[in-house]
Write a protein that binds this ligand. Structure first.
Ligand code: PLP
Length: 394
């Protein structure tokens, strides 16, 4: 326990640990899961289909395919697009490892391009410089829920005939120039992992306007079986099926969809709550840290992560020390992200090193994500603020 100058032990701000990214689960989800358990149909079924049609309606995409993760969605998108050995795919180092890992899963080569330090999203000029004759696709990530500069990225894609697969793991609610994320690029993958804006425990959704890609992805998501094979044990009687492709086991279960249906129904309400917490953080931390930049005009920011950038020189402590001090105050926090080109595998595989992507490194060295869940009470939010201010004033 830390001691004040008087030698008296400082009590943590909270007696109970505040879990980072704890989801808000209501009675509606609990009742729906119970109903599913009693129904006898736990796997992919009617509730998954309902969640898909609700999600397609929400995003304005022609197709929404429910999966067991966003990672599965990104992998299937690359696989369905026929991307493989010899191909390059450009993405951001300011992301979770899954975004680049899937490029490796299909045998292609991940190529990083630096981010804009203000938006923390891919810098289109850096992308343009990274394009080679082998480049086949771009995977922009809408970091923290802020839509990427899609106009510039889509222009580049059109010019060089690249497929655009958006990683919208943070961006379920995001909009760009009047379009809902999920209805912009060729294919878009969403995450419903336990800490994300819409949660199903594990889960994801792939949206696309294209009938061609939708069919390839649907088949690949369930062993490569022919259409509607999920119905093979339904009340319609046994349905014959065929294996069209050596596919994957990436389908969503009705148990997961039971959560998703109600989470999606409350998506706007939850966003409004996170926006209110965001404004309170902005007000409290103004002038002490580098705060997230305001949302760009004609966009909706999905407010997934509130990231403070610490200035170690003025703060007198580094990122890990700050995180440890928050933990001692019983506040959970995160780092989004340690720049991916500095991770062991990518250093070994691509020979990347410190200095390669200075903007991503600058963020990576300073960023701390604070709790931003609709589950937070006003008191929780004030605890976070008081703890951060107390640490920064030491
Ligand atoms: C969480 C996350 C993923 C992976 O999502 P899963 O549903 O856990 O597979 C991919 N990309 C980003 C940017 C993420 O934050």
């Amino acid at each position: 326990m830390k001691r004040a100058a008087s030698g008296k032990a400082l009590r943590p701000r909270r007696s109970e640990f505040l879990v980072f990214g704890a989801p808000l689960i209501t009675e509606a989800e609990i009742r729906e899961v119970e109903d599913t358990l009693r129904s006898g149909w736990l796997g992919t079924g009617p509730k998954t289909k309902r969640f898909e049609s609700d999600f397609a309606a929400y995003t304005g995409a022609r197709h929404a395919i429910a999966l067991n993760s966003c990672t599965a969605g990104l992998h299937l998108a690359l696989d369905a697009a026929g991307i493989g050995p010899g191909d390059e795919v450009i993405t951001t180092p300011m992301t979770f490892c899954a975004t680049a890992n899937v490029i490796t899963h299909v045998g292609a080569t991940p190529v990083f391009a630096d981010v804009d330090p203000r938006t923390m999203n891919l810098d289109p000029d850096a992308v343009a410089k990274a394009i080679t004759p082998r480049t086949k696709a771009l995977i922009p990530v809408h970091f923290a829920g802020r839509p990427c500069d899609m106009e510039a990225l889509l222009d580049l894609a059109a010019k060089h005939r690249l497929i655009v697969i958006e990683d919208a793991a943070h961006a379920t609610e995001a909009r760009y120039h009047g379009l809902k994320v999920g209805s912009i690029g060729d294919m878009t993958a969403f995450s419903f992992y336990a800490t994300k804006n819409v949660v199903t425990g594990e889960g994801g959704m792939l949206t696309t306007h294209s009938d061609h890609w939708a069919e390839r992805i649907r088949i690949r998501s369930l062993h490569g079986l022919s259409k509607d094979a999920w119905k093979r044990y339904s009340s319609d009687g046994f349905q014959p099926y065929d294996t069209l492709y050596p596919g994957y086991k990436y389908n969503m279960m009705d148990l997961q969809a039971s959560l998703g249906i109600h989470q999606l129904a409350r998506v706007q309400e939850n966003l409004a709550r996170r926006e209110a917490i965001w404004r309170r953080y902005d007000e409290a931390f103004e002038g002490r840290f580098i705060l997230p930049a305001p949302a760009e005009p004609e966009t909706v920011h999905a407010r997934h992560l509130y990231t403070l950038l610490l200035e170690p020189e003025t703060l007198g402590m580094g990122q890990l020390e700050f995180l440890e001090a928050l933990r001692a105050e019983n506040i959970g926090a995160g780092v989004h992200f340690v720049a991916l080109h500095l991770h062991h595998y990518y250093r070994q595989r691509l020979g990347t090193k410190r200095g390669d992507f200075p903007n991503a490194e600058w963020i990576s060295d300073r960023t701390v994500s604070l709790p931003l869940s609709p589950k937070l009470s006003d008191e929780d939010v004030e605890d976070v603020i008081a703890a951060v201010l107390r640490i920064s004033e030491r």
